[in-house]
Design a protein around this ligand. Structure first.
Ligand code: UN1
Length: 496
């Protein structure tokens, strides 16, 4: 019997008032039922928000270092359960074990960082312009936050949001993606075991239309943090804009890797393979465009195709598999439709892959060949739209100026990369590439949890989750002035 997962509301695991559940199946083998989950209603969301609201004052008043102590325990429990949850994650989402262990490690790192940050949470102290007066800034929690998470990083992204949100003294209601609710349930168990008081964390599964939308519009929810598509992000920005509710959005990408003629081709090739086909291309940071200088184009593409064809696609639970399935049938259909667009509408040249994999055991899951299009031009749809799958476009450029223009020529701006040995090219690219993240001689994927993460243009709304900047997202800044002169001092008047 597959596990039946319940909602976590006010410290209790409870069924939805709907009495309905939904299934979650392994995308590598759909006969493997990972679990059944509550198909929650707005009443369930209301109960979770009420619990979070009631738990807030006591949690807010708990000293931040005390809150952060729990994070040390969380990190240690996660370390102990790293392999077990990585296995579950591979079954739930499909990516290979090496990557699901990496996803767990990103969560552990985020817990370690939160544990330390709870003892810092520093504001700023500055001199006042008046005598016997001081001025400083502190960060205060806000109340209940709604966290809406995607399926591609089933542990890391929920931790990116949950840990800073609660370490700073907020309480949360989290709604995981319907494709990956099991890992978030494990995260809730861990937080509970580590000693997070009841009501501080609440977990409600169900559809975005019902659960997500109700959270976004709920008057007692003070902020929304969402990672997902730009289209949904815009809808959330619109809804939260009406009440000026804070929202932090991490959205789509169409990340480019520039390869200059003087690049070390070996590392540029390995970077392209990892960036494009790691996680089966299902990262917002995935490399979906190679922008290669004409002098090395032929050699680079020939070798890339050879290596892409050699990648072992299969069930990620097998240690020798390098590329797992797509997360769902719908995702595979999207990928197939973009391959069709690339061939028929864009008329790019398909040089590798392009088909669903259905031979042998692969018929059980949503597998797709690593796919490469050459002779792609910037105006083509496959060069502009986020595909979220193992489809890579090669664009050829003459020089660095053209490379940067092509790289910047999409609506997105999350991650980017340049392979070159030339320091002048490197510095110019760092300054002129429009993206939240630029890697030099590294792939577009692999951000570290203690650094700001996010993008420009339609990739987000200016926030950076990850690192110390996440602690600013989840708090209000309070500017404090203390006058100890014993008299009225008028700023801008008495001292001039
Ligand atoms: C995402 O794809 O939404 O930088 C996050 C990376 C990972 C996180 C990706 N650390 O690729």
């Amino acid at each position: 019997m597959a596990e039946v997962f319940k909602n976590l509301i006010n410290g209790e695991w409870v069924k939805s008032k709907s009495g309905k559940t939904f299934e979650n199946r392994n995308p590598a083998d759909t006969s493997d039922l990972v679990g059944t989950f509550q198909l929650s209603t707005v009443d369930d969301v209301d109960a979770a928000v009420t619990a979070a609201k009631e738990a807030y004052p006591a949690w807010r008043d708990t000293p931040a270092p005390e809150r952060a102590e729990i994070m040390y325990r969380v990190a240690n429990i996660m370390r102990a359960r790293k392999d077990e949850i990585a296995q579950l994650m591979t079954r739930e989402m499909g990516k290979v074990l090496a990557e699901t262990r990496g996803d767990m490690q990103e969560g552990i790192d985020t817990a370690d960082f939160a544990a330390g940050e709870g003892r810092r949470m520093h504001g700023q102290t500055v001199p006042s312009e008046l005598r016997n007066k001081t001025a400083y800034v502190i960060h205060r929690p806000m109340g209940v936050w709604g966290l809406i998470t995607p399926w591609n990083f089933p542990m890391a992204i929920p931790t990116w949001k949950t840990f800073p949100a609660i370490t700073t003294g907020n309480t949360i209601v989290i709604k995981p993606a319907t494709d990956t609710p099991a890992c978030t349930a494990r995260l809730m168990e861990i937080l509970d075991e580590a000693g997070v008081p009841k009501g501080v964390i609440n977990y409600v599964t169900g559809s975005g239309r019902v659960v997500g939308e109700h959270l976004i519009n709920h008057p007692d929810v003070k902020g929304i943090s969402f990672t997902g598509s730009s289209d949904v992000g815009k809808r959330i920005a619109e809804a939260t804009g009406k009440t000026l509710k804070r929202c932090s959005l991490e959205l789509g990408g169409k990340n480019g890797q520039i390869v200059m003629d003087d690049a070390n081709l070996e590392i540029a090739l390995e970077g392209a393979l990892w960036g494009a086909f790691g996680t089966t291309g299902q990262r917002c940071t995935a490399t979906s465009r190679i922008i290669v200088q004409e002098g090395v184009h032929d050699e680079f593409v020939a070798e890339l195709v050879k290596r892409a064809k050699a990648l072992k696609v299969g069930n990620g639970l097998n240690e020798d598999v390098q590329v797992g399935p797509l997360v769902s049938e719908a995702q595979r259909q999207t990928v197939a439709s973009y391959v069709k667009i690339g061939q028929e509408q864009d008329k790019a040249e398909l040089v590798c892959g392009g088909h669903a994999l259905i031979a042998g055991d692969l018929i059980k899951g949503w597998f797709f060949e690593p796919t490469i299009f050459d002779k792609v031009t910037p105006d083509m749809r496959i060069a502009q739209e986020e595909i979220f799958g193992p489809v890579l476009s090669i664009l050829t450029i003459k020089n660095l100026d053209e490379a940067i223009e092509v790289l910047n020529g999409t609506i997105y701006g999350l991650s980017s990369s340049i392979y070159t040995q030339d320091v002048n090219n490197t510095m110019r690219a760092i300054e002129r590439i429009e993206a939240g993240i630029t890697y030099v001689n590294g792939p577009t994927i692999g951000a570290e949890c203690h650094m700001p993460f996010g993008g420009v243009k339609e990739t987000g709304n200016g926030h950076r989750e990850g690192g110390w900047t996440a602690y600013e997202i989840f708090t209000e800044m309070k500017t404090v002035y203390i006058d100890y002169s014993g008299k009225l001092q008028r700023a801008q008047i008495d001292n001039k």
